[in-house]
Design a protein around this ligand. Structure first.
Ligand code: NAD
Length: 520
């Protein structure tokens, strides 16, 4: 297959039409379920023998098969990126961003098509898929500011007649490895900044949701960006390890679970790479008795159960202080029980399935464990059956009331629609519970007290803080922070951190003799 402009709508149509009765074209092209790589400007069929089924989690329908790339296929993608780098690096930043402006337009134009593919392969509702795409597009927009963002700084006469300048230069080939829960947004946390800064990229999307970036890559191809600047390799652990070990890859951005984030961080650092690895989470929210309970309930329900709880910023433990135990407990249980669960393509549905049968079983086992640990299963989402979607992987919203704060579950990432309620007698005690958590992705507080809010902002040990906010997802012009076991590295994704991560600073100190000027 060669570069094929105009293919996007065809591919989008093929994949997006599934779930409406059409049976062909899962991998992106009619009759072929095999998801191709995109290397050096061409679509390539992988020779991999091992394939992972891509399943629509709402219906159990097979959508496509992801090949698990070998180290040789990764090497081919890296070499394509190496070849493209010298010319791309010399392309002026103002020209580089023209491709991103075009991409922004194409993403807007194909937003509904992309959203449909996200819903089909990930399960989230169409509204959630559209919202995710908006966040992705926002990153493309911010990266269009690279001609200013990438500027260095200088100072004349650091000593008489000597000037010093800092310039930023691209690293070379960089890699991004992304998880299943945001098939579009997370690749776009990295892709636009990496290439706007003058690097060339190898992206490895999650093998469970390869179709979104398959379609997005067709749109990227239509921008006319030179071959080899952006490459997509499909695969799993072998591909990730090959990227970590490859001597020509200068930096790796990773998002996924904590054990893998740690392993990738260690492995890539061993070969001298620059790393940013975002890991898992267990997010706490503290609800004070003076909070606006109606607002808190609505926002916390959306955080805990939106995207079926499969957001790294989903609230997982609600710590109620004082009277909030009763008022919030009753309200959140009612909200959880009333959510309409089903196929995300149905516009009346408020929560879709979890990513697959294995996840469904794992989440149900964790609910069992919470009950064994002493929590009351106040709203029970186990054994969910959705009429007409009997082969889907559904867990309904679940509330575990009175989870002992020292139980294993209080420190275990569930990554599903399960909210545990824990009670604390005071703000001090609530903050202590937060401090115990091994994770530090997000912490939120609901209150109407400015003093309580300031104390929380000051003391809460997490990278993303929400005050009366349930999903404290930083806008693209701020870094997506994360502390403790939720992040390994120094510079985060998005914003100015991304520009620093994807560039090397070079300091130039210059002295020119005054005698020289007399020649002219
Ligand atoms: P995952 O760790 O299973 O997979 C992430 C990526 O790593 C995928 O591309 C996968 O192919 C690869 N991978 C999987 N196992 C590997 C191994 N053993 N060695 C090397 N590579 C491997 O994560 P997931 O299930 O796709 O995503 C969910 C997780 O991601 C959750 O823990 C969630 O909290 C986390 N997450 C974190 C953030 C954040 O910003 N901190 C954002 C989104 C998701």
């Amino acid at each position: 297959m060669t570069r094929a402009s105009g293919a996007a709508s065809r591919v989008g149509g093929d994949v997006a039409s599934r779930g409406q009765g059409m049976s062909a074209g899962g991998g992106g092209r009619s009759g072929d379920l095999h998801v191709p790589h995109y290397i050096g400007g061409t679509w390539q069929r992988s020779a991999a023998a091992e394939l992972v089924d891509v399943i629509n989690p709402a219906t159990g329908e097979l959508l496509a098969r992801t090949p698990l790339a070998s180290a040789d296929e990764v090497d081919a993608a890296v070499h394509a990126a190496v070849s493209a780098f010298p010319a791309w690096r010399r392309t002026p930043p103002g020209e580089r961003i023209q491709y991103l402006f075009r991409l922004r337009g194409l993403l807007e134009e194909h937003l509904d098509e992309l959203a449909r593919v996200i819903t089909l392969e990930n399960g989230k509702t169409l509204a959630e898929a559209r919202a995710e795409l908006r966040r992705g597009i926002e990153n493309v927009e911010v990266a269009c500011g690279i001609p200013m963002l990438m500027q260095g700084y200088n100072l004349e006469d650091v000593t008489p007649g000597v000037d010093e300048t800092l310039i930023r230069q691209p690293l070379g080939v960089v890699a991004a490895i992304t998880p299943f829960n945001f098939p579009a947004m997370i690749p776009f946390w990295f892709l636009p900044y990496a290439v706007a800064c003058g690097n060339t990229l190898v992206l490895k999307p999650s093998e469970r949701v390869p179709l979104t970036m398959r379609l997005a890559m067709e749109l990227i191809e239509r921008t006319g960006i030179p071959a080899g600047v952006i490459n997509v390799v499909n695969g799993g652990r072998t591909a990730v390890e090959a990227l970590c070990d490859h001597p020509m890859v200068r930096a790796v951005s990773f998002v996924g679970s904590t054990p893998v984030a740690k392993a990738v961080y260690t492995r890539a650092a061993a070969s001298g790479k620059r790393m940013q690895c975002q890991g898992g989470a267990k997010n706490f929210v503290i609800v004070l008795p003076d909070a606006d309970m109606q607002l808190a309930t609505q926002i916390i329900a959306d955080s805990a159960f939106g995207c079926a709880g499969q957001r790294c910023l989903a609230v997982s433990v609600a710590v109620t202080v004082g009277d909030a135990q009763r008022t919030f407990g009753d309200a959140i249980a009612a909200a959880a029980a009333s959510l309409r669960v089903g196929d995300g393509l149905d516009s009346s549905v408020q929560m879709g399935p979890v990513i697959g049968v294995e996840s469904q079983r794992r989440i149900e086992t964790l609910i069992d464990q919470g009950a064994r640990d002493g929590a009351r299963v106040r709203v029970d989402g186990r054994g969910a059956r959705i009429a007409g979607r009997e082969r889907g992987s559904f867990v309904k919203p679940t509330i575990l009331d009175g989870l002992p704060p020292t139980s294993t579950l209080a420190e275990t990432e569930v990554f599903g629609p399960v909210l545990s309620l824990v009670h604390a007698d005071s703000v001090d005690q609530a903050l202590e519970l937060l401090a115990r958590s091994p994770y530090g992705n997000q912490a939120s507080l609901f209150t109407t007290s400015g003093a309580a809010a300031r104390r929380f902002r000051y003391e809460a040990p997490a990278g993303n803080i929400g005050i009366n906010i349930g999903v404290a997802a930083p806008m693209a012009y701020f870094p997506f922070s994360g502390w403790k076991e939720s992040f390994f590295g120094i510079l985060h994704g998005q914003g100015r951190d991304a520009v620093e991560f994807y560039t090397e600073s070079k300091v130039v100190i210059e002295r020119w003799s005054r005698q020289e000027t007399r020649k002219f």
